[in-house]
Design a protein around this ligand. Structure first.
Ligand code: FAD
Length: 383
């Protein structure tokens, strides 16, 4: 264990992999370890959207939506081969949200991110199109666009590019312990090896506080809420290349998306859980999703139509709001332990991983004076 890395990253989800790519491309020596497969946890259990997050406007999260819309543009540009824009239809549903509010939200959504190549929103006559899919009572609606992406592939491509720039990427190798010995971070891995580093980054997603408390042995000051989100997959419910945003009476929304050519992806729920370990979908979540779809679609679905399900755990920063209102933004918690930096990454979205990674490198520059170049990931295609 002679080499001293500049950065050691715990966790190869989208955030860890994004940081590894950015750092390695700036000439820093990087080592990343994941206890499982790269992109095998929350980063492959998402709704697979690179989006501004239309519904976050209702919570006045203008900064987050603006950054996400800008990132939507960039991520689409650098990862066109694994992403595509898709139209979303919001059927107007009486008594849930007034039409003017949706229109106003979409106006902001079209403009907050600045210049865009993604088509703008418009009002939509549902009697002329999609009347074969939607129940007759849905006569008008709105159309907007977002990007569908292969989330796991996006994570893997980031890790691969980091590798190309000499990063060491370790899979199925849990970080058991991280401690400071002789003015260096010493990280003990499951395979018995020890790695030395100048900077330690904890990007372990929903396990963040567990890693901090149990493996780094530092008491976490920041609280997180673990919120499970589940999806169901059915044979495709319609042949058109369109997604739907359905509003529920509890004010939540769910998406129905074309998935892998032959299927429809339906999600998501929000259920508070105690543990970051994923226990899968519950019967209650299944009926919530089925009922939501059946309120809108002519073709009614039943449990027996489900061909697969998946669930993921969102690590959200505690801000004492209800689960659907807790911010999806990210927060950095930089601690200096015996003069050495430890950066904990809380929260975040798939969409904002690139900007998050760039900001990490800016924040750590003072500890890593040999950082060679400035921001670069916005213009270099992922492959
Ligand atoms: C249901 C759901 C839907 C979502 N939909 C979207 C969406 O459509 N668009 C969007 O932008 N965002 C979405 N998100 C958010 C997005 O998926 C997450 O913000 C993102 O994937 C989090 O990435 P991460 O790297 O922080 O965590 P993860 O992907 O969970 O990565 C953390 C990694 O750390 C590893 N790890 C943990 N402990 C250790 C240890 N001790 N040693 C080594 N490795 C360790 C884990 O194995 C894991 O791979 C969704 C989230 C959920 C749950």
């Amino acid at each position: 264990m002679s080499k001293i890395f500049d950065l050691f990253i715990i966790g190869g989800g989208i955030n860890g992999a994004g940081i590894a790519r950015d750092a390695a491309g700036r000439g820093l020596s990087v080592c990343l370890a994941d206890k499982g497969e790269i992109g095998g946890a929350t980063s492959s259990w998402s709704t697979k959207l690179v989006h501004g997050g239309l519904r976050y406007l209702e919570n006045y999260e203008f900064k987050l939506v603006r950054e996400s819309l800008k990132e939507r543009e960039i991520v689409y540009k650098i990862a066109k081969h694994i992403s595509k824009p898709i139209p979303f239809i919001i059927p107007y549903a009486d008594k849930i949200r007034p039409a003017w509010l949706i229109k106003f939200g979409l106006f902001l959504y079209d403009n907050l991110g600045g210049k865009s190549n993604i088509p703008k929103s418009k009002k939509f006559d549902l009697t002329k199109k999609y009347s074969n899919i939607l129940k007759e009572k849905y006569k008008t609606g709105f159309q907007y666009f977002d990007i569908q992406i292969d989330d796991k592939k996006l994570t893997k491509l980031n890790a691969q590019d980091a590798k190309r720039n000499n990063a060491k990427i370790l899979e199925y190798n849990k970080v058991k312990k991280a401690e400071i010995i002789n003015n260096e971070w010493v990280i003990s891995l499951q395979n018995g090896k020890k790695i030395k580093s100048k900077v330690l980054i904890n990007a372990s997603g929903p396990w963040i506080n567990e890693t901090l408390n149990k493996n780094i042995k530092i008491k976490s000051k920041k609280k997180i809420r673990l919120v499970k989100g589940s999806h169901i997959i059915t044979k495709k419910l319609y042949k058109e290349n369109v997604a739907f945003t359905f509003q529920n009476t509890d004010k939540r929304i769910i998406f129905v998306l074309p998935y892998k050519g032959k299927f429809s992806l339906i999600g998501t729920t929000e259920v508070e859980v105690k543990s970051p370990e994923n226990k899968g979908i519950s019967k209650k979540e299944i009926s919530y999703l089925i009922n939501s779809v059946n309120n809108y679609l002519k073709k009614q679905i039943r449990t027996k139509d489900i061909v697969d399900t998946y669930s993921g755990i969102r690590p959200l920063i505690e801000d004492f709001n209800s689960a659907s209102k807790v911010t999806r933004d990210y927060v950095f918690d930089l601690k200096i332990i015996k003069k050495l930096p430890l950066l904990n990454i809380y929260g975040g979205k798939l969409t904002t991983y690139r900007k998050l990674s760039e900001k990490v490198l800016v924040d750590l520059k003072r500890f890593l004076p040999k950082t060679k170049k400035g921001p670069w990931t916005h213009k270099k295609k992922l492959f």
